[in-house]
Design a binder for this molecule. Structure first.
Ligand SMILES: Cc1cc2nc3c(=O)[nH]c(=O)nc-3n(C[C@H](O)[C@H](O)[C@H](O)COP(=O)(O)OP(=O)(O)OC[C@H]3O[C@@H](n4cnc5c(N)ncnc54)[C@H](O)[C@@H]3O)c2cc1C
Length: 306
């Protein structure tokens, strides 16, 4: 029986583990990936909004977080596959057959990129699906590309790619773009960028690599094909709450609902970071929420109920 088991080793889970460790709690941190860091692995831009630390990208931020892991005393298991979780008894069954239990659970499973669910989206990963405009721009230099989405991330990536690609086609299913006004103005003024609103990407086509996309415009009877060498998809994120969905109240978008203590509707089960914060997901917010949950748990365990 551990004092605390934390599920997910992104910034929020790591911050919670550091705090639990400092507060003398017997802590186990579980991560499904090979390494800790969560979304930090996908940040290719400078991070300048974390207090006291400016880094060139998420990887550099992760070096600072990971340095703390080596120095700390909590247990960290990576490559962990969770089969099921019983929140009321705080028992976790792993695919490996092991069973774990804790007095308190902290859920820090974050969010994943939303997928279109169309043909070619999975097949062409690393073969024409563009992971990031910042990271991959040089790889797609001189090629026509397609960007899907209507928010800030899609607009920003389209603008970055337009610096090196002859044409960028932005496909958005809504009537108008959701991106901030500054981005929309820059898109309009860029002669390399064409915006198709009320349009859907239906298929990504190719043999070895991406060669074309199929787009259906609203009102059209048939889709049309357009030759492109790359496709970048930014249609938002969704919470990793499936494991807990039938045991906890979720909001309409399936984020976990918590109170000011970061506690869920199940006593001694906490949720922190992006999984419980659809409004303002940030590294610092996740770290703060981790500290809150750890302090509440430590106070409860020493029977100083807050
Ligand atoms: C491109 C980009 C730029 C960003 N820029 C900034 C910025 O400048 N400033 C800022 O503050 N924030 C930024 N963010 C947001 C920031 O990265 C997130 O708010 C932060 O990573 C959230 O941390 P988290 O720990 O809650 O979740 P995540 O980082 O999503 O980590 C969740 C972890 O849980 C693991 N996990 C999920 N399910 C399971 C399971 N069943 N079992 C075990 N482990 C599991 C995942 O593998 C992952 O490691 C950016 C994000 C992106 C994508």
């Amino acid at each position: 029986m551990h004092d605390v088991i934390i599920i997910g080793a992104g910034p929020a889970g790591l911050a919670a583990a550091f705090w639990c460790d400092e507060l003398g709690l017997d802590t186990l941190l579980l991560e499904q990936q090979e390494s800790v860091g969560g979304q930090l692995h996908r940040i290719y831009n400078p991070i300048s909004n974390y207090p006291g630390l400016k880094t060139a990208n998420g990887a550099e931020m992760l070096e600072h977080f990971a340095a703390g892991v080596d120095a700390a005393d909590f247990d960290l298991w990576t490559n962990v596959e969770i089969e099921s979780v019983n929140l009321r008894s705080r028992q976790i069954a792993l695919r490996s057959g092991e069973s774990l239990q804790a007095i308190a659970l902290i859920i820090a499973t974050g969010v994943r990129r939303r997928r279109l669910g169309i043909d070619g989206e999975e097949t062409f990963i690393d073969r024409g699906i563009i992971e990031s405009g910042t990271r991959d721009r040089e790889l797609f230099k001189g090629q026509d590309v397609c960007v899907v989405g209507g928010g800030d991330a899609a607009a920003e990536n389209a603008l970055l790619l337009a610096e090196v690609c002859p044409t960028v086609t932005l496909v958005h299913r809504g009537k108008s773009l959701r991106a901030r006004r500054e981005f929309v103005e820059r898109l309009k003024g860029n002669h390399c960028i064409t915006v198709f609103t009320e349009s859907r990407l239906q298929r990504i086509i190719g043999t070895d690599r991406v060669e074309a996309v199929e787009i259906l415009r609203q009102g059209a009877i048939k889709p049309f094909q357009m030759a492109v060498g790359g496709v970048l998809i930014r249609i938002g994120v969704e919470p990793n709450s499936d494991l807990f969905a039938d045991q906890l109240p979720l909001d309409q978008q399936r984020y976990i609902v918590v109170d000011a203590r970061q506690e869920t509707a199940v006593q001694n089960v906490f949720a922190i970071g992006d999984i419980a914060n659809p409004l303002a997901p940030t590294i610092s917010g996740g770290a703060g929420a981790g500290a809150t949950a750890a302090k509440i748990i430590a106070a409860r365990l020493s029977s100083r109920a807050p």
